[in-house]
Design a protein around this ligand. Structure first.
Ligand code: B12
Length: 217
C-alpha cells in the first residue's frame, strides 16, 4: 500500500478506537489500490486481535475495547461497498442469536460479545436482557442462527442456561445450534455438564472459538 504509513495508521486507529482516523486511513489505502478484503484480513483483523489480547491481559480497559470494536465496525461498513464493487465479499462466518438469560439484567458483557462478533463479520441478533429460554429458542429458529450465545452473571440465573439446553432437547433441536455461554459464574465444567460448546468469562476467547466452530481461524 502507499507506503506502510496508511497500514500503520489503520492499525493504530483500531488500537486507539478512533473511528475518524480509521476511515481516513482506509480511504487512503483504497485510493492507493489496496484490495479491501486483504485490508480486512491483513490489517484490521490482526489489529482487533491485538486489542482482544491486550484486554484479556488487563492492559486495556472496557471502554477502550468497546471503542476499538466500534472503530472496526465503522471500517468494515466503509469497506462493504468497495468489496461489493470488486465482487469480493466477506463471507459471513455465521449467524448468532445472543441474549442475557431470564432474571438477569447484566448486559455489558453481552454487548461486548455482540460488538466483537459483528466486528468479526458475524450476523448478530441481539435479543437483549432478561430473556426467557422459550423466546431465545423461538427467535434463534426464526433467525436461522448457527449459534446461540447466552450471558449469565448471577449464580441464580445460571440455571436458565441449562433450561435453554433442555428446551432445545425437548423440541428435538439438540445439535441444531451450537450453544456458547459466558459470564462471571460460568465455567468450562458447567458448560460441558449441560452440553454447551463453550463456557467461560472471556469475550475474545469465546468469539475465537465461535469462529473455529464455523470453520474459521
Ligand atoms: C455492573 C453490575 C451491575 C449493574 C448491571 C448493569 C448492566 N446494564 O449490565 C446493576 C447495578 C444493574 C447490577 C444489579 C445486580 N447485581 Co450486579 N454487578 C455488576 C458488576 C459490578 C459488573 C458486571 C459487569 O458488567 N462486568 C463487566 C463485563 C464486561 O463483564 P462480564 O459481564 O463478566 O462479561 C465478560 C465475560 O464474562 C464475557 N461474557 C459475558 N457474557 C458472555 C457470553 C458469551 C457467549 C461469551 C462467549 C462470553 C461472555 O465477556 C465479557 C468481556 O470479557 C458485577 C461485579 C463483577 N465484578 O462482575 C456485579 C455482580 C455481577 N452483581 C451481582 C449482584 C448480586 C447483583 C444484584 C442481585 C444486586 C442486588 N442485590 O440488587 C442485581 C441483580 C440484577 C439482575 N436481576 O440482574 C453479583 C453476582 C453474584 C453472583 N455470583 O450471583 C456481582 C458479581 C457483584 C458481587 N460481587 O456480588 N449489577
Amino acid at each position: 500500500m502507499s507506503g506502510s504509513s496508511a497500514r500503520d495508521r489503520i492499525h493504530q486507529a483500531i488500537i486507539d478506537g478512533d473511528d475518524k482516523m480509521v476511515v481516513g486511513a482506509v480511504e487512503e489505502a483504497i485510493e492507493a489500490g489496496v484490495a479491501p478484503l486483504s485490508m480486512i484480513n491483513e490489517i484490521l483483523n490482526p489489529a482487533l486481535k491485538e486489542v482482544g489480547d491486550r484486554f484479556n491481559k488487563g492492559d486495556m480497559y472496557l471502554p477502550e475495547l468497546i471503542l476499538s470494536a466500534e472503530a472496526m465496525e465503522v471500517a468494515v461498513k466503509f469497506l462493504q461497498p468497495h468489496l461489493e464493487a470488486r465482487e469480493e465479499r466477506i463471507e459471513i462466518p455465521g449467524k448468532v442469536a445472543m441474549a442475557t438469560v431470564q432474571g438477569d439484567i447484566h448486559d455489558i458483557g453481552k454487548n461486548i460479545v455482540c460488538a466483537l462478533l459483528r466486528a468479526n463479520g458475524f450476523e448478530v441478533l441481539d435479543l437483549g436482557r432478561d430473556v426467557p429460554a422459550a423466546t431465545i429458542v423461538a427467535k434463534a429458529e426464526e433467525f436461522e442462527a448457527d449459534i446461540i450465545g447466552l450471558s449469565a452473571l448471577l449464580s441464580t440465573t445460571l440455571p436458565y442456561c441449562r433450561d435453554t439446553m433442555e428446551l432445545l432437547k425437548e423440541k428435538g433441536l439438540e445439535g441444531r445450534f451450537k450453544v456458547f455461554i459466558g459470564g462471571g459464574p460460568v465455567t468450562p465444567e458447567f458448560a460441558e455438564e449441560i452440553g454447551a460448546e463453550y463456557g467461560g468469562a472471556h469475550a475474545e476467547a469465546g468469539v475465537t472459538r465461535m469462529l473455529r466452530a464455523q470453520g474459521r481461524g
